[in-house]
Write a protein that binds this ligand. Sequence first.
Ligand code: GDP
Ligand code: MG
Length: 442
Amino acid sequence: VLDSLKKLVVDFLRGKDPYEVAVENFIKELQKTLLRADVNVKLVLQLTNSIRERALKEKPPPLVSRNEWFIKIVYDELSNLFGGDVKPQVFPQKTPYIIMLVGVQGSGKTTTAAKIAYFYKRYGYRPCLVCADTYRPAAYDQLSQLSKQIDVPFCGEQKSTDAVNIAKKCTEWCINQNSNIVIIDTAGRHGYGEEEALLKEMQEIAKSVNPDEIMMILDASMGQKAYELALRFHSATPIGSITITKLDGTAKGGGALSAVAATKAIIKFIGVGEKIPEIEVFEPRRFVGRLLGLGDISTLIEKLKSIEHSEEVEKRFAKALSTGKITLADIYLQLQTMRKLGPLAKIVQLIPGLSMMPIDDKQMKITEEKMRKWLAIIDSMTYEELRNPSIIDKNRMVKIAIGSGTTIEDVKELLKYYELVNTMIKNIKRRKTLFKKFGIDL
Ligand code: GDP
Ligand code: MG
């Protein structure tokens, strides 16, 4: 639902209506969108009132149009709605650090436990997973399998039903294994509306393992109902954080996020898919920047960090962004990266400016087969050709095609793709400069 904001922004920037009319229209559409995303009515009205007030009062800085400045105002105010200028402290101040997950059945605790373990592992920590869910027999296997997938130590007991005892023993075991982050998954078997019982169980296990952080897992499809639960949790534990899952799968994500933000609880992570890497640190400004299609270079770079030849990619990417030029060698690395990170379409959304550009979906869809071919093509180019693709004429194309076991059409297609990416990078650079003037931090 919130996806439609991107289009709203593009239309606004391109629109021809007088400023006041355009602003009113934008605000009306924004209200509709937010209400459809289950954001609380009162919050929506507050938000749009301050947007309107600022829009009519503030004068844009030199070289910035009123329309552009208006988008900056929307960006600021929406960021506030989702929690403001906070960056959660995700890296522990002490080790070993014990995190205990709580939440109702099906909210995504077990999945999140594995996601978080993977997240920390990528940053060089030694996480350990504990299954303290003795209620569901399959829980043990589920977490045990996930831990194997990400190669993280796992502790649990299939026979016992004493969750408190398991949590305590396993935490000790993990620490003896030299783990420095212990992540405890719990049962949370209580249905919706039984928050009190949930909080009570949380306190029992907490008493015995003494966690450094209790993380509540909330399913985004609760929408603004998340407010009550988050508020109680926030006041019940001073060391609490919240992770909101399934933001990818619900239209009510905006409601859940804004409702939880309104309680001033710390939202640490958001779950954006079923797969293990699909978790992000929640930073409101970043999140909103992406919603509005302003892009999000830091998330992109963070993802790139997680892969082996990350430094190289990062350096090249930063360079490409600062010079506005990309080489075929960069594309080569990018293709290798994509094979690990998944479809370009998803990555592209993270790049500032790109999500605002009309991009032909078919152009961006690169199949595994194509990637393999393109990598082979780049492999069989000379240094000269790599450095200066414009010299590649018909003759060179034939040679390259033969050398890589592909066709001239394949070579042409790669060169076309290269041009496309080059244009994008130039546009990104232009936008980045513009956004900097606005104080938008991409
Ligand atoms: P638990 O009962 O709280 O431990 O919940 P699980 O971790 O077993 O998750 C319940 C379901 O939600 C599973 O099918 C997960 O794949 C799914 N799930 C968890 N997190 C996400 C997410 O961020 N996005 C999506 N789409 N599905 C998720
Ligand atoms: Mg579970």
